[in-house]
Design a protein around this ligand. Structure first.
Ligand code: GDP
Length: 506
């Protein structure tokens, strides 16, 4: 296999923790001769050289002039029992920018090369420690915004997706083998199809092939297996959108007329649904936003306070910004001031949000109408023409907020996934008793789609009584696509693209 441009497997080193003031920092090193190279910079070289794998050695890192740089603990890993599969040393030094930098500099001066982004994980993949789905989940894990996102990534890291793909692939390989075996037979014996009961064709028991009825072309060996594999793959493909929701999160915009209580609801949701990050740099004050964990879904909550029909040109810019935010929203909370009840202006605004013109080339996001201030104004009759769900809440006291949060989550999941896939527990593989798991990257999705297309084509060819030698390549393509997902089949280009997304030190 061609190797991506990560260079050879020379010893590499990098910061594994952010350069910031902290109690500890970790510098990671890996590669053949790595332990010996670190030993040359260490106050107790003999102890390090003789240390068994998976042990810790205490001492000092020294620079080339023999000056002490920092007191450290070295975690020693010996090939193949390390993250990369190579000899490796993790250096735990004191935190802080200057110390961590100096320790890494000693390593770079001492024969290590600065690792490229993702190079450690790349080596782990090349050395068979992780398949591609697990390698990708390492990035997911690092980027996980909520506990639930983390759990999804961890499932993949523990190999649940790898097992699922391999199980489906095994079924297809079996079907492909049966098809090819039959093709071999037909070449030998001049037969061109398969028996009525040809579904029983079994590559492990080829004596039972009912060759006599072979002219019943169009029946494919192992058809039920192929159909089952197709169903499993379709379920996996459908899981992508919900996994993406947990990985990337969703944009929820709070809209409504001034004084409806948008800012109050924004603050209430941040408080009750736990804010993950606030004050995202680079955003203006035209609208206020924060990331919250909405029952596990990362949600970028935006208060479109600037959205009103302004005369002032500067304010007008804010209105435009708010509108463009609204146009990318995955869900809109439309607030109504319960004190004043539904006004004509509310209905006009709502109609605008529901009109296709606003959404141009996309489907309008779901809208939840929120009757605010229910603490002082009970939900009154409303004459909404389009029956939108209305939730009575009090941003001030918290009444109805848990129900609203629940409805928001349901709306996001419903809007994201096809019916039946809202619950993670119903995701792929359950019918066979395999662990429920979904796919999380565009790469995986494209390959699952390719396998699905190939299997559909194979079944269609079979339905139109096409000869098996036209069907076999489709099955082979599906098997190959699945092999690419786990990395059994991979090209330098794919690997390079994938691993370069990692941060340095991973
Ligand atoms: P915005 O202009 O839509 O952002 O509205 P604000 O959040 O600034 O709220 C407008 C006014 O309504 C403020 O005086 C709030 O204290 C009040 N308010 C907001 N939510 C509630 C509520 O649930 N109950 C009551 N009684 N007052 C509320």
């Amino acid at each position: 296999m061609n190797r991506p441009s990560y260079g050879s497997n020379d010893p590499i080193a990098a910061h594994a923790t952010p350069l910031a003031e902290s109690a500890l920092a970790v510098i990671r090193s890996s590669g053949p001769g790595c332990i010996d190279l670190v030993a040359k910079l260490f106050s107790r070289p003999k102890a390090l050289r003789e240390a068994p794998g998976n042990t810790i050695v205490h001492g000092w890192i020294q620079n080339s002039r023999g000056e002490k740089v920092d007191e450290v603990l070295l975690s020693v890993f010996r090939s193949p029992r390390s993250y990369t599969g190579e000899d490796a040393v993790d250096i735990s030094c004191h935190g802080g920018i200057a110390t961590a930098r100096s320790v890494l500099q000693c390593l770079l001066d001492g024969g290590f090369r600065q690792a490229l982004p993702g190079e450690f994980t790349f080596r782990a993949f090349m050395n068979g420690k992780l398949d591609l789905t697990r390698s990708e989940s390492v990035v997911e894990l690092i980027e996980a915004k909520t506990d639930e996102s983390r759990r999804h990534a961890l499932d993949r890291l523990s190999g649940a997706l790898e097992s699922e793909i391999k199980a489906i692939k095994e079924e297809l390989v079996h079907a492909l083998a049966a098809t090819e075996l039959f093709l071999d037979y037909s070449e030998d014996d001049g037969v061109s199809g398969i028996a009525e009961d040809g579904l029983a064709l079994d590559s492990e028991n080829s004596d039972t092939i009912p060759m006599a009825a072979a002219e019943a072309a169009g029946l494919m060996p192992d058809r039920p297996r192929i159909e089952q594999a197709l169903r499993d793959l379709e379920t996996l493909a459908a899981s992508y959108r919900i996994e993406k929701l947990y990985r990337d999160g969703a944009l929820v915009a709070i809209a409504g007329r001034p004084n409806a209580g948008k800012s109050s609801l924004f603050n209430r949701l941040i408080k009750e649904e736990r804010s993950i990050v606030t004050d995202i740099p680079g955003t203006t004050r035209d609208y206020i936003e924060a990331w919250i964990s909405l029952e596990g879904i990362p949600v970028r909550l935006v208060d479109t306070a600037g959205l009103r029909h302004a005369e002032d040109p500067i304010e007008q810019i804010g209105v435009e910004r708010s509108r463009s935010i609204l146009q990318t929203a995955d869900l809109i909370l439309f607030l109504v001031d319960g004190k004043g009840g539904f006004q004509d202006a509310d209905v006009t605004l709502l109609q605008e949000y529901q009109s296709e013109a606003l959404w141009q080339n996309r489907k309008a996001p779901p809208i939840l109408v929120v009757w605010n201030k229910v603490d002082v104004a009970p939900l009154a009759e409303h004459g909404l023409r389009n029956a939108l769900p209305v939730f009575a809440v009090s941003a001030k006291t918290g009444i109805g907020i848990p129900e609203l949060a629940h409805a928001m989550k349901a709306a996001l999941e419903e809007n994201t996934a096809p019916a039946g896939l809202q619950q993670r527990s119903t995701v792929a593989g359950e019918s066979q008793g395999r662990a429920a798991v979904g796919i999380a990257s565009e790469r995986q999705k494209a390959l699952v789609d390719r396998a699905v297309a190939a299997l559909r084509e194979a079944l269609q060819l079979a339905d139109s009584h096409a000869p098996l030698d036209l069907i076999a390549p489709e099955l082979r393509d599906a098997v190959e696509a699945l092999g690419e997902i786990t990395g059994e089949v991979s090209t330098a280009e794919i690997l390079e693209t994938m691993f370069s997304r990692f941060c340095v030190g991973k």
